[in-house]
Design a protein around this ligand. Sequence first.
Ligand code: ADP
Length: 262
Amino acid sequence: TSGMSKGLPIRQNIPGVKKVLLVASGKGGVGKSTVAVNLALSLQKLNLKTGLLDADIFGPSIPKLMNLRGEPRLSNNDGKLLPLVNYGIETMSMGYLISQESSAIVWRGLMVMKALQQLLFDVKWNDLDVLVIDMPPGTGDTQLTISQQVKVNGAIIVSTPQDIALIDAIKGITMFKKVNIPIMGMVENMSYFKCPNCNHESHIFGGSGIKKNEATKEKIELLGEIPLDEEICLNSDSGKPIVLINPNNEISKKYLDIADQV
Ligand code: ADP
């Protein structure tokens, strides 16, 4: 009721979900979706029943990263969307609801909001411990709507060490702070490059930008640094997440450590 008295929208639980984590980034291409997928799989390794919601309506990438396609069936008793499942993870994405050809249609504002409401509240999640939401990049209407309407346990911000990605990440952090969503920390992706021959680590983007600047200045925890890795790049777009194909390597251990902290 205190929310109502302030004129704020009331935040709702997502049916069938205990805990909601947002994975966000200030701009596209920093590896947000890749982090969301590997985090979801690592949470599952910690024996949590995990789901993955792709909230990027204009550029859904979860179907590809999770090697899933096809139209979701509707539940017989309440007509809700049934998640598509792979690797033991329940998923939902706009990518299942529109075909490749029709993705070029011009979305009107109302249609986007309606689609978002369906993705948020009309999916029949099956008693999940945690739902990871892969947010669209940036700080637009969709991000604000989710932050205001959904009871969220925390947000994880993904950034690369480059200045420009960090500057954008700060905008995201500011938005979450404004709407009182706890920021669990940042993941620095493409943090460094480890030479497969000599194991030398090159900080090709100029050193850990997050560690030096923003994570400390904004008092935000650095949850982990994921290197630029050939294997991630080669396999992730064909639907084979690194923590599955190489569960014992250093990167998979880093992801498990991140999952442990959130
Ligand atoms: P975003 O969701 O931020 O737009 P994606 O997760 O789609 O970014 O990643 C963008 C591209 O970068 C993809 O081709 C992905 O495979 C690749 N990528 C992501 N993280 C890494 C990494 N640590 N090393 C190498 N390639 C990566």
